[in-house]
Design a protein around this ligand. Structure first.
Ligand code: GLC
Length: 410
């Protein structure tokens, strides 16, 4: 991290946009691979019917702003290989098939003029490319799957050239969101260094080797072991990234706020996904949920922005974030007028509601802080934020020794 990256921790919240030829299929972004659809059929049935006729990235930007987000990341090219810009590498792109125009340029411009940071997602994997070992891997080809060393080199030259286009043709790009995790080292450091020469301030996710800056936790909120690491949890709003007409499993605004508090309490960001329809409009349910959570964020911004990773443990009434000499209690479940918080080793100087500034009655013994005379029920169904002003930076009563992280010990 350097000072050019400060925006990332300041915003704490971004929008992920999965949109491409696959949106026409209305069943996620992996169906070409999962259903073993040949390229010719994919072009004819999906890419050619991708028209983006109501695409207005200024509306996306307005929604991201209303949601309280600081940046937006667009899938410039997903694993299906369909480039959303008129790439000079090959024919499978939006300038040539489907919309017949550049979709990346207007996106970059709209985000920038709304004051949002600009992110582009790029997957080195490409199911459409003749040198890619095959479109039906679950998930990525291994190091020995390439037809020949020459095929592999041609593929590296191709993806490198596409990335150079993206990093040269659209002015300042703030964030490159690599996906893929191909186990093969496709000249990653050489490629990333070339991109950083073009855009020295660029933040890069870890999924295509080093140099990179951002650790990614996918569909889980799991801070990395290194407490200094810059990280982001990317999450879907239903259960799919790309538009899926049958997936009605929407998370609600309270869950979005919970995810936001949880990532912020680990000092990380939440990158929350929307999957626009093929015409370019964001599903109404997604927009509604984002707006509702955004209204909460407008009232409680201070508890999320520039939050720092803290040593406090868990509880079952809500989430805790911290910044400097302040602790923010996000109370979600409260059973009565009193709430006990017994994790803090610091002296508490003042306690107030974040939204109104009204003081909260409290008593503190050596180990236990008790908030008193809380309204029953609490007014905000999403989360009610109380600010503790403390002496010094947060100290936990219980040191964290080992803790169990699902999956990490499997
Ligand atoms: C996975 C999927 C991909 C999606 C990404 C987002 O890697 O392959 O479809 O874009 O997650 O994190």
């Amino acid at each position: 991290m350097n000072s050019d990256h400060a925006w990332f921790n300041r915003s704490r919240y971004g929008m992920f946009v999965h949109w491409g030829a696959y949106s026409v299929g209305a069943r996620g972004e992996w169906f070409r691979n999962r259903e073993r659809i040949p390229q010719e059929e994919y072009v004819r049935r999906y890419a050619e019917n991708f028209h983006a006729e109501r695409y207005d990235p200024r509306e996306w930007a307005a929604l991201a702003k209303e949601a309280g987000m600081g940046y937006v990341v667009l899938t410039a090219r997903h694993h299906d290989g369909f480039a959303l810009w008129p790439t000079r590498c090959g024919e499978f792109h939006a300038g040539n098939i489907g919309p017949k125009r550049d979709l990346v340029g207007p996106f970059v411009e709209a985000m920038r003029s709304a004051g949002l940071k600009v992110g582009l997602y790029y997957s080195p994997a490409d199911w459409s490319h003749p040198d890619y070992p095959g479109p039906y891997f679950r998930d990525w080809p291994g190091t020995t799957d390439w037809a020949s060393a020459e095929a592999r080199e041609r593929f590296v030259a191709y993806y490198r050239a596409q990335l150079l286009e993206l990093m040269s043709d659209y002015g300042r790009i703030d964030y490159l969101w690599y996906d893929g995790c191909i186990p093969d080292d496709l000249r990653r450091s050489e490629v990333n260094e070339a991109l950083l020469r073009l855009q020295p301030h660029l933040l890069i996710t870890e999924r295509n080797g080093k140099p990179s800056h951002v650790h990614v936790s996918e569909q889980a909120i799991r801070p990395p072991r290194d407490p200094q690491a810059c990280w982001e949890a990317c999450m879907t709003l239903n259960n799919n990234w790309g538009w899926h007409a049958g997936d009605r499993h929407w998370k609600n605004a309270a869950e979005v706020v919970r995810m936001l508090c949880e990532t912020a309490s680990g000092g990380g960001n939440l990158l929350l996904n929307v999957g626009p329809k093929p015409d370019g409009t964001i599903p109404e349910e997604s927009a509604r949920i984002l707006r509702e959570a955004g209204a909460w964020l407008r009232r409680n911004r201070e508890s999320i922005t520039e939050s720092e990773r803290h040593p406090l443990s868990w509880n079952n009434w809500g989430r805790v974030t911290a910044r400097g000499e302040r602790i923010y209690l996000h109370i979600r479940n409260c059973t009565g007028p009193e709430l006990c918080f017994a994790e803090l080793g610091n002296k508490v100087l003042r306690v107030r509601w974040l939204e109104t500034g009204e003081p909260v009655e409290f008593t503190q013994t050596a180990e236990r802080l008790t908030l008193r005379a809380l309204p029953v029920p609490l007014p905000d169904p999403l989360a009610n934020v109380v600010v503790l002003e403390i002496e010094g930076r947060p100290v936990a009563l219980t040191a964290q020794t080992t803790y169990w992280i699902p999956g990490e010990h499997a």
